[in-house]
Ligand binder design. Sequence first.
Ligand code: NAD
Ligand code: TDX
Length: 329
Amino acid sequence: MKIIVTGGAGFIGSNFVHYVYRERPDWQITVLDALTYAGNRANLDGLDPSRVTLVEGNITDAELVDKLVSEHDAVVHYAAESHNDNSLQNPRPFLDTNIIGTYTILEAVRKHGKRLHHISTDEVYGDLELDDPNRFTENTPYNPSSPYSSTKAGSDLLVRAWGRSFGVEATISNCSNNYGPFQHVEKFIPRQITEVLEGRRPKLYGTGENVRDWIHTEDHSSAVLTILEKGKIGETYLIGADGEKDNKSVVELILTEMGKAADEYDHVNDRPGHDMRYAIDSTKLRNELGWMPKFTDFEAGLKSTIDWYTQNESWWKPQKAETEAKYAK
Ligand code: NAD
Ligand code: TDX
């Protein structure tokens, strides 16, 4: 099997590359990544270059995408502009990469008759009230809130349309909030851990009552490989590990785990349009494809993530000052 992993030098894509490298030793992996601010060659360190190739290029480059797709069996499409706060500052790159980039990949897999798995997010469903007894399922109507989530929703709809109109063999997965090593310091958990490591106080948006449904990134990878191999063409699968936590509790856990008082954080201005709660019901994936998450102890996973950032300062330090300067602005 020869696969292309778009965005394979980013947080979740690189975790998937390492996972497939270990779990499918006879597969060849080509990473197609533009190495934006969020991509990092170091995320692929330690992989045998005879099995993993990094092509530095843009998913909107139709000629390049066409050539690569013609030489592979399947595309696992992670590449995206992925941060909500950036999308509020400057939406344009989100349209280019998430919409035009996905369109470019769809046209290539259509032309060459190749399998596509499209990676998406639970944010396409909008948000839930804190006391809503329901969680998101594959049948929840799309209702995205931000430029980021609306472009991800648009990309999902393109994939569905190319399946129905042109017979493209595609599956889609919508996953909840990932955490783990190699996540960019702009995101909530790494931002707070590295703020504490640099001697500053974590920054909680608004009251901090917002709830996210956390999943360890390796559980996301095992789910994607399951869908790639066993998923039914044309279907969407929700990926989640029953990990709902409010942001305030997560910041308090980080602080106590790092030897600080639980209240040593600041409330800062809320994110405009801030989604209140995400929650995934992954029954379909579990019952139909037999997938189960392994890293269900959030406190243990958070502790090992804190250890990783503590031990890998050289990985995150170069991005930290620039990221905080962007936030300050
Ligand atoms: P990330 O920002 O860490 O990585 C994105 C990668 O894509 C980077 O390596 C970047 O260089 C690359 N990229 C961006 N634009 C590109 C382009 N035009 N051409 C080629 N490469 C490009 O993102 P992430 O958090 O790892 O998210 C990966 C995917 O998973 C995204 O599709 C995202 O929507 C989805 N997702 C993320 C989460 C989460 O919690 N982070 C949850 C559910 C789904
Ligand atoms: O400094 C912060 N303080 C804070 O309170 C930051 C950066 C975030 N937050 C809050 C906002 C959210 O409620 O923490 C929560 C998580 O924020 P992000 O890490 O920015 O993630 P979120 O907006 O939930 O989106 C993430 O999950 C779904 C990913 O970034 C998306 O790519 C994915 O699709």
